[in-house]
Ligand binder design. Structure first.
Ligand code: PLP
Length: 430
């Protein structure tokens, strides 16, 4: 049994052996074995995923059982579902600042990133991306390279910002008239590990001057910073609902009118033939409501409040001896701080904090369980010990002062304990 409040505080957890269904039965003999442990749980892993906001849950609720129609059917049930999907599309168009016809619903950030790369590039074309992208871009880049696409990875500076001069050199001069090779630049808006925000408007200008297509992975930026695809000048943008208090497995893509992207999935004529498959109506409705709330929170002071909490948390953590902030000096999303704790294994600290009721992550949270040091931090110049000794704290927009107090209370002791146990070899430098 776990009692959740929004803000993801768990007041009590109950441990029981055996079948959970059995354990929920009040007459079960297993009840005798229950141990109730008061535990203050604080979730600071919002970049991995976020819980649904109650308003999102409420918006989705009718679309599971009552309004269950297929949005492509012409009868009443179908038309009700279609109307709701059209409303969500209108909301997403406002979030992107694009036309409704330029919004394509899909299954999330991975599908959007894959669609941009596989859908646009043929052997002989060029892809220019960075070494700090999410694996949804990196693995797709490796795959198209094997198929004859010329792929260049541009590195970041030590602060995590993409090296613009290196990018300009990689893009090269204007595409020559008659040159049928396509060039795609794919660069993320916000990094999932450090929160560093890339200068996408400047990159959009570089793309335009070179006649290149531009895809932005905005999965970690949407809902945290305002997005405007016209100002950025991109052709494609991917976002994901579950990073902004919407449901998992739903996403949306901006596809600028006339951009020649082949669909990844073919079949029915859904999404104007750009993404086949019966629409996930409840998911799309949830994403629409989450996007509405995300736009509100950009204007009602929520982001500033979150930034203050993050700054207080960061300042407190940096008081611990042997700590360093990653991404110093670069603009960052308001909810993220990535800190190196010298002379310990980040994974051990993640586990120690989890036992104290604090959820954070090391490396790339999308691959929790991975022991590899972060490719992002290593590209920024950290050695593998320092990368392994780094943790990401990413706040929900429902985070509270009490959450920050609790984390600042437990982290110093956990760090001290682990350092006392650490072997001599876990020494980190830059
Ligand atoms: N891009 C970035 C920057 C991400 O952080 C993630 C997930 O963490 C993804 C893409 C993949 O998104 P999804 O989980 O919706 O497939």
């Amino acid at each position: 049994m776990a009692m959740y409040q929004i803000g993801v505080k768990i007041d009590v957890i109950a441990l029981y052996p055996g079948d959970p269904a059995e354990a929920r039965n009040p007459d079960s003999p297993y009840n005798k074995c229950w141990r109730v442990i008061p535990l203050n749980r604080v979730y600071m892993d919002a970049n991995a995923t976020t819980p649904l906001l109650p308003e999102v849950m409420e918006a989705m609720r009718p679309y599971w059982m009552e309004v269950f129609g297929n949005a492509s059917s012409i009868h009443r049930q179908g038309q009700e579902a279609r109307k709701a999907v059209d409303h969500a599309r209108e909301v997403l168009a406002r979030l992107f600042n694009c036309r409704e016809a330029e919004v394509v619903f899909n299954s999330g950030g991975t599908e959007g990133d894959n669609t941009a790369i596989f859908g646009l590039l043929k052997p002989g074309d060029r892809l220019i991306t960075t070494s700090i992208e999410h694996s949804a871009v990196l693995r797709a880049a490796e795959r198209v390279a094997e198929r004859g696409v010329d792929v260049t990875f541009v590195g970041p500076q030590p602060d995590g910002l993409v090296n613009i001069e290196q990018l300009r050199r990689a893009v090269g001069p204007n595409t020559r008239p008659g040159d049928s090779r396509r060039t795609l630049i794919s660069i993320m808006l916000a990094n999932n590990e450090t929160g560093v925000l890339q200068p996408v408007e400047e990159i959009g200008k570089i793309a335009a001057e070179a006649g290149a297509f531009f895809h932005v992975d905005a999965v970690q930026g949407a809902g945290k910073v305002a997005i405007d695809v016209r100002r950025i000048g991109c052709h494609l943008m991917s976002i994901s609902a579950h990073k902004m208090h919407g449901p998992k497995g739903v996403g949306a893509m901006f596809v600028r009118r006339g951009t020649p992207v082949d669909p990844l999935l073919v079949g029915g004529s859904h999404e104007r033939r750009q993404r086949a498959g019966t629409e996930n109506v409840p998911g799309i409705i949830g994403m629409g409501r989450a996007a509405e709330l995300a736009m509100q929170s950009l204007e009602d002071g929520t982001i500033e409040r979150m930034a203050k909490l993050r700054d207080r948390l960061q300042a407190g953590l940096l008081k611990i001896e042997g700590t360093r902030l990653n991404g110093v000096g670069a603009p960052r999303t308001a909810n993220t701080t990535n800190i190196t704790f010298e002379q310990l294994e980040g994974e051990a600290l993640v586990i120690a904090l989890d036992l104290k009721g604090v959820a954070v992550s090391g490396g790339s949270a999308c691959h929790s369980g991975a022991t590899e040091p972060s490719h992002v931090l290593m590209a920024m110049g950290l050695d593998k010990h320092a990368a392994r000794a780094s943790l990401r704290f990413s706040l929900l927009k429902t985070a509270t002062d009490a959450d920050v107090d609790y984390v600042l209370n437990v982290v110093p002791a956990a760090v001290e304990r682990l350092r006392a146990l650490a072997p001599e070899t876990v020494v980190s430098g830059q």
